[in-house]
Design a protein around this ligand. Structure first.
Ligand code: ADP
Ligand code: GN1
Ligand code: MG
Length: 359
């Protein structure tokens, strides 16, 4: 354990002296460590990415209010993230390097990078659907926007155009087909935002980052146990959560897979996730359900656009551990969108079938 980490942990009310601290998880944004103390209790220490989240006090205010609300609806303490306060009762500690927080490690849980079976993906859908349902009576407008315009796809295009014009690291010429792909779909990708503005799609409290590795499963029952990574919980559309899960978990290969022949969207996974989400989130409107295929496509396209923008900008936003990783990520997302376009009619039929099954 480094001296810095030891000093940071000394600020928090751990049950006993910390004895070990190691890197943990595969998140692209925060730095995450698994800590153990002399009593054997485990914790998660995180350095919150201050470049991504500009107002950490407000973010932590959201975190505390959301977890308090969820705690009122769950009997199992492991089902909701629990903050460990600092010795002066703050939710986070700030030093010269940034902002730090500690939560209890969720014991006897597993975190998957890809579903190992359709049942895993179904359980994740039930976890995220229930999360949204439990927050349906939380006043969305009182939450801070931790990243303004996070899923405003037209605004993501605006930033893309800006970077494209600047081409700061001279990469644009080498990725013309990818750039063309996104430009060709710019108009269509404004649909969710315009339906939100017109009131056709309701604003809810949403998680906004519903990758499979942001839900912990119970190691014994393999059921969804705890939704984590709450930094982006803010007002949004249900389709952001539904769509982002499909983008990640219905893909047949890793987000940065180089061999695109291995990458497509599994209809079986699409179907099972839709079923789990509809079952646990009964308050969805007809328009929200009808737009589910569009939610999946928009979130997949937007994420790929963000990877490409970051690649053109010189890889500053998403953590990378090798050259061209953001470009590989872009290409898998393009392949997924192309596959969804081919399977569009089937996706619409699956959504209708799953909905009819529930009614
Ligand atoms: P990021 O924003 O970087 O994705 P996360 O909050 O998702 O950060 O944490 C990264 C990883 O750390 C998770 O995918 C999970 O494996 C692990 N993790 C985070 N919090 C906990 C927790 N309370 N208990 C167990 N594992 C956790
Ligand atoms: C980031 O933090 P993490 O790894 O769960 C990103 C998401 C992207 C995702 C792509 C705050 O999620 O929006 O969809 O990477 N989070 C943020 O893997 O930008
Ligand atoms: Mg995460």
């Amino acid at each position: 354990m480094t001296e810095e980490i030891r000093n940071i942990l000394a600020q928090f009310s751990l049950a006993a002296e910390p004895v070990s601290c190691e890197n943990c998880g595969c998140g692209h944004i925060n730095r995450t460590y698994l800590v153990q103390d002399a009593s054997g209790r485990k914790y998660i220490l995180q350095k919150i990415n201050h470049n991504t989240f500009r107002d950490v006090p407000k973010l932590m205010d959201n975190f505390q209010r959301i977890t308090a609300h969820l705690r009122g609806k769950n009997r199992d303490p492991r089902a909701v993230l629990t903050l460990v306060p600092t010795k002066d009762a703050s939710a986070y500690f700030q030093n010269e390097t940034g902002f730090w927080r500690v939560t209890d490690f969720v014991e006897n849980s597993i975190c998957l990078q890809q579903p190992e079976s359709p049942a895993d993906f179904y359980e994740s859908a039930r976890g995220f659907g229930a999360f949204q349902q439990m927050l349906s009576d939380f006043p969305a407008q009182t939450l801070h926007e931790t990243i303004p315009n996070f899923h405003n796809t037209p605004d993501r295009y605006r930033i893309f155009h800006e970077i494209l014009v600047k081409d700061p690291v001279g990469r644009a010429a080498s990725v013309q087909p990818e750039i063309e792909f996104y430009l060709a779909r710019e108009r269509e990708m404004a649909q969710l935002q315009s339906m939100m503005r017109s009131g056709e799609l309701p604003v809810r409290v949403t998680h906004n980052d519903t990758k499979l590795n942001n839900v912990l499963f119970d190691a014994d029952t393999r059921k969804a146990l705890c939704i984590i990574d709450l930094d982006t919980v803010m007002p949004g559309l249900s389709l952001y959560d539904y769509g982002d899960s499909i983008r990640f978990g219905a893909a047949t290969a890793a987000e940065d897979e180089k061999n695109l022949e291995k990458v497509w969207m599994s209809e079986e996974m699409f179907s099972i996730y839709t079923k789990g989400f509809l079952e646990t989130c009964p308050g969805l409107s007809d328009a929200e359900i009808e737009m589910m295929p569009m939610g999946a496509k928009t979130m997949t396209l937007e994420c790929g656009l963000r990877f490409l923008t970051d690649y053109l900008d010189g890889d500053h936003y998403f953590a990378v551990c090798r050259n061209d990783q953001n470009l590989d990520r872009t290409r898998t997302q393009i392949k997924l969108v192309q596959d969804m376009e081919k399977k569009w009619l089937q996706m619409e039929i699956i959504v209708q079938e799953e909905r009819n099954r529930i009614i």
